[in-house]
Design a binder for this molecule. Structure first.
Ligand code: PMP
Length: 483
């Protein structure tokens, strides 16, 4: 009989598949390593068992103990699977930008889930690093594997991912492309592949990191972006800067477009970090010869992102382009043909985008620490009806925006005496207002949606490609609505 003793024995040995449609025009062979076929659904299964093994050996994890880890989900699933099999408790600390589906998944595996804010600096005790440290201390028998610094994580990739790729490409791989979160994957896999190919006639394997624009690895300052699980706002020990030969920045828009194409054109339903890695790999592969073999690691499945990158409304509100499918013929019994919520017809879309952009032109922002008077002055001297709170300048990453405020609301607060000019915005406004999600309209959504949202709110934030262009009120929107 052919069977595994435990689901843990099914980790690794994931297949390579050639990319065809998305790699059109590329001479090199581009192969995707499908890590979502691991039993927990991601590349992180590989490190989970390794982290627990090393902690048991060193005595840092004892029988009946509890594993506490900051994780965007995938490491949590891997660790929860191992915890289950070996009788440990599991607590996952997750940033709030992580999708609810991922948290439900962790709970399904029996983990307890703690939630922390994504917009807290990494050195703060309220960051997900800080909170996980505190929980590991407070919980009896608590142990933090620390995937960011624990050498057992890259070692797992050195021992499994790297050798699998070398074996399956029969030593022909020329380029490895991977995203880096903790850095474990690229450090371990890349290190192995470089070592094993060091004396090869064609030279060693070139290691390329594909990185979200804004992340420190590609020279950013840690500004927020939407792709999950990759990029960093600090330098973890498990990211060995000696391993990557090149680092390429990939925008959210490029990553998400490729993520959707992989599902539609290659039958690969994968997450945004996979789309980002493939976008980076194809940029690198464009200039490579026909005998080059590029292997790109696809870390997880798209199932965890159905409410985000695969949700048209979520994408459109953030100003990411959404390709519309053809509508179905009207036949009796059909409730929806797919054309009802199409927004703006394709041919009118470019003009609609331009008019919405024009409505946001001249928008201004104030920092979160500004006073009511400063915010009002900023709006008035720019001749605008509102301000964006948070970013230093516009346009900015949507994640930097804390709120959009209408100047009229600020004036009313002054008149009513509920605020003075010197009152901090954060104090003047209920927390719900400053921290509540501003109403978003993507430039591709067109004037109809803009009018609808402005009917319900005094001011909305206009977004394009995951960036905020400005705050727009009805008066500013009028020319766009008339166009
Ligand atoms: N993609 C996703 C979806 C992830 O969760 C992670 C892990 N943070 C990565 C990529 C990056 O892997 P690593 O931490 O090994 O760099």
């Amino acid at each position: 009989m052919k069977y595994a003793d435990s689901v843990l024995d099914l980790i690794g040995n994931t297949p390579l598949v050639r990319l065809n449609s998305v790699a059109e025009g590329v001479q090199a062979t581009v192969l995707a390593k499908l890590e979502y076929l691991n039993p927990g659904g991601s590349v992180k299964d590989r490190i989970a068992a390794a982290l627990v093994d090393s902690a048991e050996k060193s005595g840092r994890l004892r029988p009946g103990g509890t594993i506490v880890e900051p994780t965007s989900g995938n490491t949590g699933v891997g660790l929860a699977m191992v915890a289950q099999a070996r009788g440990y408790g599991m607590v996952c600390v997750t940033p709030d930008k992580v999708g609810e589906e991922k948290r439900d998944t962790l709970r399904a595996y029996g983990a307890r889930v703690a939630l922390v804010s994504s917009s807290v600096p990494p050195e703060s005790e309220e960051s997900y690093y800080g909170v996980s440290d505190a929980l590991a201390r407070e919980i009896e028998g608590g142990f933090k594997p620390d995937q960011f610094n624990n050498p057992a994580a890259p070692q797992a990739h050195y021992e499994t991912t790297g050798p699998e790729i070398w074996r399956d490409t029969e030593g022909k791989i020329t380029h490895l492309v991977a995203g880096a979160g903790t850095g474990g994957t690229v450090t371990g896999t890349g290190r192995y592949l470089k070592e094993v190919s060091a004396d090869r006639e064609g030279g060693p394997v070139t290691v390329i990191v594909a990185d979200p624009e804004g992340s420190v690895y590609s020279g950013g300052s840690g500004k927020p972006y939407f792709v999950e699980g990759v990029g960093e706002d600090m330098w973890p020990a498990n990211y060995d800067t000696e391993v990557p030969d090149e680092v390429h920045a990939v925008t959210d828009a490029e990553a998400f477009e490729m993520t959707r194409r992989l599902a539609k054109e290659e039958g690969l339903l994968v997450g945004g970090s996979s789309g980002m890695a493939v976008a980076g790999a194809l940029k690198a592969a464009k200039t490579l010869p026909a005998d080059a073999v590029v292997v790109v690691i696809l870390p997880d499945s798209g199932r965890g992102y159905l409410g985000k990158v695969f949700n048209d409304e979520w994408m459109a509100e953030r100003g990411f382009p959404v390709e519309r499918g053809e509508s179905l013929p009207r036949v009796p019994g059909l409730i929806a043909t797919g054309a009802e919520d199409g927004g703006t017809p394709r041919e009118a879309e470019a003009a609609a985008r331009d008019s919405l952009r024009a409505a946001a032109a001249g928008s201004v922002s104030v920092p979160s620490a500004a006073t009511v008077g400063e915010a009002l002055d900023a709006a008035e001297s720019a001749g605008r009806g509102g301000v964006v709170v948070g970013p230093e300048a516009l346009p900015a990453a949507l994640g930097e925006m804390r709120a959009v405020l209408a100047a009229d609301d600020l004036r009313r607060a002054l008149l009513a005496g509920t605020a003075e000019r010197g009152t901090l915005l954060a104090e003047a406004l209920a927390d719900a207002v400053l921290d509540g999600a501003p109403v978003l309209v993507g430039t591709g959504q067109g004037p109809r949606v803009l009018a609808e949202r402005l009917g319900e709110n005094g001011v909305v934030a206009l977004a394009e490609d995951g960036r905020v262009l400005g705050a727009v009120t009805s008066a500013e929107a009028l020319p766009a609505l008339r166009a």
